[in-house]
Design a protein around this ligand. Structure first.
Ligand SMILES: *[C@@H]1O[C@H](CO)[C@@H](O)[C@H](O)[C@H]1NC(C)=O
Ligand SMILES: *[C@@H]1O[C@H](CO)[C@@H](O)[C@H](O)[C@H]1NC(C)=O
Ligand SMILES: *[C@@H]1O[C@H](CO)[C@@H](O)[C@H](O)[C@H]1NC(C)=O
Ligand SMILES: *[C@@H]1O[C@H](CO)[C@@H](O)[C@H](O)[C@H]1NC(C)=O
Ligand SMILES: *[C@@H]1O[C@H](CO)[C@@H](O)[C@H](O)[C@H]1NC(C)=O
Ligand SMILES: *[C@@H]1O[C@H](CO)[C@@H](O)[C@H](O)[C@H]1NC(C)=O
Length: 482
């Protein structure tokens, strides 16, 4: 391969010399090119044998030229190395305007720390695909969905990472179309991977997504780490990270400021989600910081019709956020939310510390089954400290379908000066508390401080926590034009 690479570089150099000649002949302006070395390392689920730069495929990082074709031809070219040690596409420093493009298997997309992917605002650069089968329709419009900026389906072993390089969705254009009800199709996400196994998305900054930021769906063995997400807190549906019908997922060390839920765990909508029947299970969320004044730190639902089971959230911080770990469901959803564990949650300035609602009545259509009741059971919270809370808890189950096994222990909520007189409202729920202030509602009787262990995490860790990342280091040469 080294030989091939050298030949390839020589070809590039020859081409460049020729290009330089032409440029200097035609204009007085001098355009320079040089061969540079990029050295970098990262921890990955796998390292790659072959590397290339976007500039090898005609990419131009001027913020104006479209790079959609450069990305597509680079990835199509690199896909040939899937069975030969995999490949990596390096995006150098620069502003790379692009529409949607698709990844391949055994592949890494690596952004330099000063690389910015700028999402195109030319609608023809966003192909339309079918709605998700577990949703039955798009969320913004019934027909198709614009493909996400970085998309992949039916892949194995795919990494999107960088030294905190940036992906800027330039969402204002889409938010305006959404508010004016001008969208024919559902808005694109920044990163979506469907039907894939072995996904790593790490050490990137995501700005102003048109809608959701990161959406792994029908996938397994997923690591999302070191992601910073910023969107205006009033921007529509800019959810942070949405594991949807996924198994064995880890979300760690993320900082999210957004206009919707920081993390939203999902598994399909009403009759479509029930029929598809693909749950989200074995999910761990650690060291998450969330700022989202109108939404939840972690939402479970509202689309949970395929079921949500075994979610563990620990060392979570919420600042000026509407609620903590919130369950959203409704009659017609079916499915379940069970075996949920939360510990070490610090909150500052919250409307509700705890919230569960059984009347989140947004439906895919009118054909939902009114007898499809969700099962909500074994929901545990412990070691929660909060200050400046307006309402301690709003727990509203479903009549004839109570939310069961709620366990809350070792919780101290500092109430706001303007707090509601009645801190807890509880209907159609069952459970217990231990060492909780202010005094909980009668449906959650305090069993005394020695019962804290009742709300503990399971002893055994999830399989994703046993996965060790490999240290990958690269020295790659590529042509830089400036
Ligand atoms: C992300 O960056 C941090 C700090 O540089 C590093 O410790 C961590 O291993 C990186 N994570 C991944 C998955 O690349
Ligand atoms: C794509 O791959 C082939 C090898 O199969 C190589 O010869 C060619 O130069 C590559 N294209 C580019 C633009 O690098
Ligand atoms: C991807 O996998 C799913 C589920 O196995 C299958 O239904 C679908 O046809 C596959 N799509 C493609 C493009 O191969
Ligand atoms: C990544 O960049 C963002 C935006 O500039 C910054 O807020 C964040 O702290 C950076 N993260 C790291 C780990 O350097
Ligand atoms: C109760 O929670 C606080 C704050 O998270 C923690 O420091 C303390 O160790 C917890 N108490 C017990 C008995 O676990
Ligand atoms: C408490 O919360 C209110 C909003 O409910 C906010 O206006 C106020 O600044 C907060 N106070 C502190 C000390 O954070």
């Amino acid at each position: 391969m080294k030989l091939l690479w050298k030949t390839h570089m020589r070809l590039q150099v020859i081409k460049l010399v020729f290009a330089l000649f032409v440029v200097t002949l035609r204009t007085a302006e001098s355009r320079k090119a040089k061969i540079v070395t990029a050295s970098f390392e990262y921890n990955g689920i796998n390292c790659r044998a072959h590397s290339a730069s976007l500039t090898d495929f005609g990419g131009v990082g001027d913020g104006v030229t479209s790079n959609t074709k450069a990305f597509q031809s680079a990835i199509s070219n690199l896909s040939q190395y899937g069975s030969e040690g995999g490949s990596q596409l390096y995006v150098p420093a620069g502003k790379w305007l692009t529409g949607s493009f698709s990844l391949t298997s055994h592949f890494t997309l690596y952004l330099d720390k000063d690389a910015v992917l700028l999402a195109s605002q030319d609608i023809t650069e966003w192909p339309v695909i079918e709605p998700l089968p577990s949703y039955g329709r798009g969320r913004d419009a019934p027909a198709g969905r614009f493909t996400s900026l970085i998309f992949g389906t039916n892949l194995t072993d795919v990494i999107v990472t960088g030294e905190n390089g940036t992906i800027d969705g330039q969402g204002a254009f889409w938010w305006q179309q959404f508010h004016r009800k001008k969208l024919k199709y559902t808005r694109p996400y920044l990163i979506e991977l469907m039907f894939s196994d072995g996904i790593q998305i790490s050490n990137l900054t995501l700005l102003n997504s048109p809608s959701w930021n990161i959406h792994p769906v029908y996938s397994s063995n997923i690591i999302v780490q070191g992601i910073t997400i910023f969107a205006p807190v009033t921007s529509p549906n800019t959810d942070g990270i949405n594991p949807d019908s996924c198994t064995n997922t880890k979300i760690e060390d993320c900082y999210i400021v957004s206009g919707d839920d920081c993390v939203a765990v999902k598994s399909g909508w009403d009759e479509y989600g029930i029929k598809f029947g693909w749950p989200t299970k074995q999910l761990v969320i650690r060291r998450l910081t969330c700022i989202s004044p109108f939404s939840a730190t972690i939402a479970l639902g509202s689309e949970m019709s395929g079921g949500i089971q075994d979610v563990r959230a620990e060392d979570i911080t919420a600042i000026q956020t509407e609620s903590g770990v919130r369950i959203k469901t409704a009659v017609g959803r079916g499915g379940y939310v069970k075996d949920i564990y939360v510990k070490r949650f610090n909150m500052h300035t919250m409307k509700w510390a705890f919230k569960m609602t059984g009347d989140y009545n947004s439906h895919a259509d009118t054909h939902f089954d009114p007898n499809a009741l969700p099962e909500i059971a074994n929901i545990n919270y412990r070691d929660v400290v909060a200050e400046n809370v307006t309402i301690a808890a709003k727990f509203e189950g479903i009549s004839n379908d109570p939310f069961k096994g709620i366990c809350i222990a070792n919780v101290t909520l500092g109430m706001a000066v303007k707090a509601k007189k009645r801190p807890w409202t509880c209907t159609d729920i069952e459970g217990m508390t231990s060492g909780v202030t202010p005094t909980p509602c009668d449906l959650l009787p305090d069993q005394g401080p020695e019962k804290i262990a009742a709300c503990d995490f399971p002893e055994e860790s999830l399989p994703i926590d046993k996965l060790e990342l490999k240290k990958c280091s690269y020295n790659m040469k590529y042509v830089e034009m400036f």
